[in-house]
Design a binder for this molecule. Structure first.
Ligand SMILES: [Zn+2]
Length: 83
């Protein structure tokens, strides 16, 4: 199993990153742009930017850009667990 230590390098990611100015959509704090801003891989795993579905897929949300935002992995997970 390979681990990715960099944000997804896609057009959608860059677009959302610019729109949100690198801040988490859920807690509003800045997200690390790459893992080298953090000293520990475990921190990166929690704070790395991930795609969050504004309307959860379980509730019929789509994978389209207008239903996606960027959030810390930890915030995303917390939100998911709460639903
Ligand atoms: Zn966050």
């Amino acid at each position: 199993m390979s681990q990715s230590f960099a944000p997804p390098d896609t057009e959608l990611f860059r677009k959302l990153w610019e729109t949100q100015e690198g801040c988490c959509a859920l807690c509003g704090l800045a997200m690390p742009k790459d893992r080298f801003e953090l000293t520990h891989a475990t921190l990166w795993q929690k704070q790395r930017p991930t795609f969050d579905h504004i309307r959860p897929k379980a509730a019929g949300g789509s994978d389209r850009a207008d239903n996606l935002q960027l959030a810390h992995a930890a915030c995303n997970k917390r939100k998911g667990a709460r639903v």
